[in-house]
Design a protein around this ligand. Structure first.
Ligand code: ADP
Length: 589
């Protein structure tokens, strides 16, 4: 049903009531006046007829009616009334307006019948004599207790109606005026009632739109004033509560957003009700995931299984889940807890997961490292022990053999020494990195590279590898010369080691957008793609046997990486089997 404005609900019935009341009053009033006037006229006509009685004095002589007729005509003219005198047979003896001899017998007229029976006769009808509607009143005329005739007074109804119409017109115009005034007053009253309510409605609409800092005006009436006060209080409280809720929500959001752990909450129907930015980022979801079913937005069977279990198990569960996210394998340490409302009822589940891929990788590296160190140390020790035992077992007597075993012992001891020195170097750099950092000094890179290359010349010459250098003379950089030299020597040594005889190793240095970029390039064996991510791990070697044969410890690139990191720089490698390798160091200039 369409809603109407309050004023149109109040005003029309109000106006109708007023109209009906005034209409009824006017109608009754006009009826009363009508009746009153007709009664008055009737009484008046009766009085006029009675007034004639003493003049006639029962002397109704039908033989001589001339004096009676002239009296009638005279009095009729004087009073503006039609007067008729009739004897007890109904014969008209005198008439103010007509010649009585030409008039009918009036014995059948209702007023005359009543009068001749001793009553006052009243009749309103059409007069054929005067050809108009008339009111007749007849009174009996008696002589010595005998009714001898009747005297009748009459007035034309048109005259009565004319007077009545004037009165009724006045009554009606005043009625209409009153109606107009009443309509205006009721309109004013209706507006007076509806306006504060409309204002209240507008205020309530503003509250509904969230404009809770606006207030409703005060109203003079007790009810409306009280209502507006109550609504204002309600708005203030609501405003206060909403602010508190928003603040708490923002705090919660801030806490969730700054968590490294991914958090998401689902309801009983497995719809996502909350998901923080870490979870969105990790699982590749956007904010539109909120409100949707978890099965629609996540297509990871392992994670979905875990969520289902968290939903149904009613207690805290934990599992490490391996997920393939954006082509990369990630390890998620996941916790699922039932989500409860303030009354402790379960309303869903809360899933928190922590990406421990990196930790796991570090852990693996650590485990590998321990295993590798043991293995690397054990190999030369076994060789030394074997040689010593062989010597003790009699080989000492054979001078040639003894010398061979002693050479093995010496070589393996050198190897042990190399490994230990590299390990010590690594731990020293790591310590420096963690503590105050290494000492950096401004140095001319060109001069520095010349010295470094000299240190590698012997190995290069042994293998007839040509070392080439390309560095602008004025290039300066902040470096720790001994450490940086060690890093570069390691890279150049590797490049020589894995280059063919007569090969070329090129060292270039450039200044590029606020950075010094150093590259060591060779055209040697190159490295397969799958090894590149792990190349800078300790003891990681592409080909263990070949590395060992070439005197490598597997720690060279790990040392380079740590030295570069201590210089606040980065190291990267590009390589392809058979095409050679480029190791690139970037440090701040
Ligand atoms: P190593 O002491 O064995 O040389 P590194 O840490 O210096 O140990 O190098 C790790 C591995 O990376 C090496 O075993 C080798 O397989 C590979 N590598 C390093 N540099 C090169 C290069 N220039 N060309 C080909 N392979 C290389």
């Amino acid at each position: 049903m369409p809603r109407k404005r309050l004023i149109w609900q109040i005003y029309p019935p109000f106006l109708l009531t007023v109209l009906v009341a005034i209409g009824a009053v006017t109608w009754f009033f006009s009826q009363a006046i009508n009746q009153f006037y007709i009664d008055q006229t009737r009484n008046d006509l009766e009085a006029r007829a009675r007034f004639m009685l003493p003049l006639v004095d029962g002397n109704l002589n039908p033989a001589n009616t001339i004096p009676l007729d002239s009296l009638c005509k005279h009095l009729g003219r004087q009073t503006g009334t039609r007067l008729t005198i009739i004897d007890n047979k109904g014969v008209v003896l005198a008439d103010s307006d007509e010649n009585p001899s030409r008039m009918d017998n009036h014995a059948d007229r209702p007023e005359i019948i009543s009068a001749l029976n001793g009553h006052i006769g009243v009749s309103t009808r059409y007069s054929h004599t005067l050809q108009q509607n008339m009111m007749y009143v007849a009174v009996p005329a008696s002589l010595n207790g005998q009714i001898v005739g009747s005297i009748r007074a009459a007035l034309p109804l048109a005259k009565i109606d004319q007077t009545l119409n004037i009165v009724l017109y006045q009554v009606l115009t005043s009625g209409l005026l009153i109606v107009l005034i009443a309509a205006l007053v009721s309109l004013w009253l209706s507006r007076r009632i509806s306006r504060p309510l409309e204002e209240m409605k507008r205020g309530a609409d503003r509250f509904a739109r969230g404009e809770l800092d606006r207030r409703l005006p005060d109203f003079a009436s007790e009810e409306l004033g009280g209502l507006s006060e109550a609504m204002n209080q309600m708005a203030a409280q609501l405003d206060d509560r909403i602010r508190t809720v928003v603040r708490q929500h923002n705090e919660q959001e801030a806490v969730l957003a700054s968590m490294i752990e991914g958090v998401f909450a689902i309801d009983k129907k497995e719809k996502i009700i909350r998901v923080n930015s870490a979870a969105r980022e990790l699982l590749g979801l956007d904010i539109s995931a909120i409100g949707r079913k978890v099965h629609e937005v996540l297509r990871k069977p392992d994670l979905l299984n875990f969520i289902d279990r968290a939903q149904s198990s009613h207690e805290r569960i934990e599992e490490d889940i391996i997920l393939n996210l954006r082509g990369e394998e990630r390890l998620l340490q996941s916790h699922g807890t039932p989500l409860r409302d303030a009354r402790g009822r379960e309303i869903g589940a809360l899933i928190v997961f922590n990406d421990i891929t990196h930790l796991k990788r570090l852990e693996n590296i650590r485990q590998d490292f321990v295993a590798n160190v043991s293995h690397e140390l054990k190999t030369p020790i076994t060789a030394i022990k074997g040689s010593v035992e062989t010597l003790i077992g009699g080989a000492m007597d054979d001078e040639e053999n003894a010398l061979r075993f002693l050479e093995i012992i010496s070589r393996q001891a050198d190897r042990l020494n190399a490994i230990i020195e590299d390990l010590l170097a690594l731990s020293r750099i790591e310590q420096d990195e963690e503590q105050a950092g290494i000492e950096l000094r401004q140095a001319k890179l060109h001069d520095f590279l010349v010295t470094t290359l000299q240190a590698c010349q012997i190995k290069a010459r042994d293998k007839q590898v040509k070392l080439e250098m390309d560095c602008p003379e004025d290039l300066q950089s902040n470096i720790n010369a001994p450490l940086f030299e060690q890093a570069l020597v390691n890279l150049i040594d590797n490049a020589i080691k894995y280059s063919p005889e007569d090969g070329l190793v090129k060292i270039t240095a450039r200044q590029l957008s606020g950075e010094i970029v150093l590259q060591v390039q060779d055209w040697g064996s190159g490295i397969a793609r799958e090894h590149l991510p792990r190349l800078f791990e300790r003891f990681y070697r592409v080909d263990k046997a070949r590395s060992r044969k070439l005197g490598g410890t597997g720690l060279g690139l790990a040392i380079v990486k740590h030295i570069v990191q201590a210089h606040h720089g980065k190291i990267s490698v590009e390589s392809a089997p058979g095409e050679g390798s480029i190791f690139t160091i970037q440090i701040p200039s």
